[in-house]
Design a protein around this ligand. Structure first.
Ligand code: DQA
Length: 142
């Protein structure tokens, strides 16, 4: 079974209460539970990591090789600022898919630039919690 790590960055621990008109009313715990169930039927094993700290995302990415077959990464606002996370993705072999609940390209101009997209295997955004599912689907079928 492929092992995939779902990484969530800053403020995603507040899902459910954070700007629900944009991000929905489902908590991260509920999203992760739903993903775990879906993943089982896709033949994937999931692990989850959330942090509000940029360096902790870098540290986690650096430890993926050999342990995981892929990662779905919602880096939150660090998507638009973090060269360090981009470099970490480029430094490892494990494929990383960039994930967003919202569609950043339909939002403010400062969200329309991603430091990460060019380093990632692909990008999924705009489908709410299903964005994570779609990323998992790629891992399951590749
Ligand atoms: C987000 C989009 C980012 O622009 C924002 O900073 C987030 C969440 C999303 O999932 O839609 O924190 O990554």
């Amino acid at each position: 079974m492929k092992k995939i790590l779902v990484i969530n960055g800053p403020n995603l621990n507040l899902l459910g209460q954070r700007e629900p008109a944009i991000y929905g009313g489902t908590t991260l715990e509920e999203i992760n539970l739903g993903l775990k169930q879906k993943a089982a039927s896709m033949g994937l094993v999931l692990d989850f990591f959330q942090t509000n700290h940029e360096g902790e995302i870098v540290d986690r990415l650096q430890k993926l090789d050999g342990d995981f077959d892929g990662a779905a990464l919602n880096a939150g606002a660090y998507t638009h600022t973090s060269l360090a996370i981009r470099d970490a993705i480029l430094a490892i072999q494990t494929p990383v898919i960039e994930v967003h609940l919202s569609n950043p390209y339909a939002r403010e101009s400062y969200r329309q630039r991603s430091f990460l997209s060019g380093a990632c295997r692909g990008v999924v955004g705009g489908f709410g919690a299903r964005s994570y599912e779609l990323a998992l689907y790629w891992f399951a079928t590749t």
